[in-house]
Design a protein around this ligand. Sequence first.
Ligand code: SAH
Ligand code: SF4
Ligand code: F3S
Length: 471
Amino acid sequence: MHLPDYKEARTRDRRDYRRIDFSFDEKIKDKYKGKKFFLKTYGCQMNEHDSENISALLIKLGFSKVDDYNDADLVLLNTCSIRENAHNKAFGMLGRLKHLKQTKPDLIVGLCGCMAQEASVVEEILRDYKWVNFVFGTHNMYNLSNIIDKAIEENKQQIEVYSREGDLVEGLPVNRVNSYKAYVNIIYGCDKFCTYCVVPYTRGRERSREKEDILKEVKALVDDGYKEVTLLGQNVNAYGKDLYDDYTLANLLEEIAIMGIPRIRFTTSHPWDFTDKMIEVIGKYPNIMPSVHLPVQSGSSRVLKLMGRRYTKESYLELFNKIKKVVPGVSISTDIIVGFPGEEEEDFLETLDLVNTCKYDNAFTFVFSARVGTPAEKLPDNTPLKEKEERLQRLNEVVNKYFLENNKKLEGSVVPVLVEGISDKKNMYYGYSDTNKLINFSSNKSINVGDIVDVKITKAKTWSLDGEVDE
Ligand code: SAH
Ligand code: SF4
Ligand code: F3S
């Protein structure tokens, strides 16, 4: 048994980690043939991509995937700890599974992902969820086949969570959700330690993948006919800093752009590490999508300082304007937290002022959620939750106004859309534009999922646009 420990997780030292190739114990290949698994994913794209690896590993064990947990022999929750409600959702699901297990005693239930890295969660599992068969963390996901096999063979709860990041494993099998767009990890972990955030504890220190490994993966995707890659990291702008003297995200983006995949995206960018060279590269290559997610968190420099964000309202705006100037037609989205401990009405007004200046194309807005073990958890906080929720309401009204305003500017224009499917509305396809806007559209000619088509925008809405294929 290995239990998580935040003290250890906080450690950042110069200890080298090894790059190793994934290996699989062939003795357990197909051992569970005929059994079914259900995998539920919470959280960010990184978790979604981890689930693509997890699925592939379960398939190697012989399991096949089902979409209803009632039909499954094994249920695995890939969890997120970013906010309280992510926690609550996972525990709610565990409640339903406990019920199911009463009628289906052979059901195997496991938990992994970021919540598994939290000592308080694992303590709760040990105390109140003795029926959960196994828990493993983000650092030993690659070893899940052995953990699950042991849990089943020994019929004993397995808790295997490592707090220090382990080796960087290459060559993990992957069962991608889509055949036309793909996630590619470029950097794991986060060293920013924003005072409200659990990620540096649950995902460990920043570790970049070697550029050759990334380029090889993208090349294979190009050869397989993929149309879009999204480069993933909690802070992609820090790419390469731990590995190379002079090779950054700008170099990586450029090399990938030259490979000719039609669409390249990347997320998330921390404003602190955004270099002029990166902006230049994004502006230079038409296949690097003109869409940047640039989380600001707050418009108050005082609150930004309390958050440990390492920029001010002014320096953020300077960067924002530079990106807008160098990348024509770029859409910029953001994340905002309201109700951070100590945020006063005047700080909140600074946030509204910033939003009125930036007029974001999209924004994810949250009420601050105190996370166990983070510095912000201990800050004095006198604002009642009700007032924080009112701030969120006020903020949402303003951000929504700009979503619609920006979308309206596209009415009558023609935008390239990567077709993702047919929506419930009859004959309406849907997909995302180059600027990452959701487009619902009709077409008289036959088109396929994965095509990139020109769509004429006929009507703007707040969260989507309607259009028709431009013939
Ligand atoms: N690495 C990304 C953010 C990943 S988490 C970045 O720094 O930009 C996604 C978003 O969740 C954050 O941008 C933040 O807005 C929000 N978030 C993180 N921790 C939070 C907390 N404790 N309470 C509320 N929102 C939080
Ligand atoms: Fe969390 Fe900050 Fe790292 Fe983003 S940059 S993952 S908000 S610590
Ligand atoms: Fe959640 Fe972990 Fe992602 S905390 S947001 S799943 S890195």
